[in-house]
Design a binder for this molecule. Sequence first.
Ligand code: 3PG
Ligand code: CO
Length: 559
Amino acid sequence: VEALKKNPNWKKRKGPVVLVIMDGVGYGKYKEGDAVADSKMNHLDAITAKSPHTKLKAHGKAVGLPSDDDMGNSEVGHNAMGCGRVFNQGAALVSKSIETGAMFQGQAWKEIVENAKKSGGAVHFIGLFSDGNVHSHLDHLKAMIKQAKKEGVKKVRIHTLFDGRDVGETSALEYIDPFEAFLKEQSDGSFDARIASGGGRMWITMDRYGADWSMVERGWAVHVHGEGRQFKNAREAVETYRKEIPGIIDQDLKEFVVAENGPTGTPAPIGAIEDGDSVVYFNFRGDRSLEITAAFEEEKFDKFDRGRRPKVCYAGMMEYDGDAHVPKRYLVSPPSIDKTMGEYLAASGVRTLAISETQKYGHVTYFFNGNRTGKFDEKLEDFVEIKSDVVPFEQRPWMKCADIADQVMEAIPSGKYDFIRLNFPNGDMVGHTGVYQAVVCSMEAMDLQIGRIAKVVEGAGGVLVITADHGNSDDMYEHDKKTGAVSLKPDGTPKAKTSHSLNPVPCIIYDPAGGNEYPHKAGEGDLNEGLGISSIAATCIQLLGFIPPVDYDRSVLKM
Ligand code: 3PG
Ligand code: CO
């Protein structure tokens, strides 16, 4: 891309533009369960009161999802903020590709099917087992199973990663039962489709950003080797673990292997992955797909001992990394997100710092840059990762927000950066645990850090843009869809909601020094209304003294 045009009237600020992304922090629709409103956030409240602010849409079509019933998520949210426009995202592209038949005419699918037919082996499907539409959708899986049968595949094995994070926290059986019925319907003398292994998505396989490779190792053991505790079927596994570990939610369920009829009378796994088999990892979202893909694809691999590594034909649902071109084979092309803000800023000589802790590090780098892991310009960009704790986050709800703030507070007055973007994971990572008190604690911890950062921005003559990628902590209880009443557990306490919300998110422009990009007044109504989070890109570009690209979505600043 070309350098951005300078705004000739721009009055340069002394300090940098600091973009704070409060992951999973929206404006709640219901009073009950809105842990954001319920927290003491004196700093954020004070900043909001004295700054122009508005609400931005962060779900559904505003972030490229199929419909406005789809909650936002970090991938599409950071894509939108970083790319300044809305692209049709994975969920929509995969559905379309199945609908038009393009997926099944593609080379990758043909190879998957041909390989299994030639070897007489199985086609394995591994992925997130829900209709959350954040990483995957069961309809995609079902369509592929039907098509495999139609094309003469004889054996299919499914490796289910229970969700409870993008869907109801204990909903696994609601997915298993109808799916087993579907498999039964499909199976006949010449087609044999079964669930073979699985476990909770936060316990096996779906780690991200190298936070905890032991998850992938446990997944590899059950999916590939069929090594793990044995059960008759998935339902039995779920019921057993729920009984043994009271209060356990689906995302944390332990691993299982379905076994029966072993040669020596002892049960044998029904779906270990063998030489000659085909494997489809059916998640379309990349962050939690890259590690298991590396285990299947990489010749040299040192994250854990893979033991026997079957020779398989492997495909991912999408290309997960557009820089490194991973995986080698994929079923659907990802959105071609081009001309990102990061690329423009690098072309314009803007010095940038992107920082978060492990759990969201890739969000402010990889997702923000349109699903590319690399930098646009080594000299202009610094990416900083602070190691996340490897603990259930309800035990440490403050996470690393203070450490992130420390580094940002050093960077702001250093004169080294024009643009600093950071992500505070608290609202999202703790929100996903469903533990209300921990969420309140996480919000208050984050607020302290926002107060510290705001003070340094003031001193340095910078400007602070505070926003979020989607809601989560603002909606911590399940509500009846029709009446809106809080859903209760048998013991009368509210049923926790662990997934994201459909709520709008804040956009606050705290500009103590005052620029001349927009009328500098306090209160609501000073900013353009009714926009989505894709407007954050043009907003930051304006605050940095440039004119946004013409095809970018409108900034919130009234010029
Ligand atoms: C996850 O991957 O943790 C959830 O499915 C979505 O959360 P995120 O979009 O906030 O990362
Ligand atoms: Co989340």
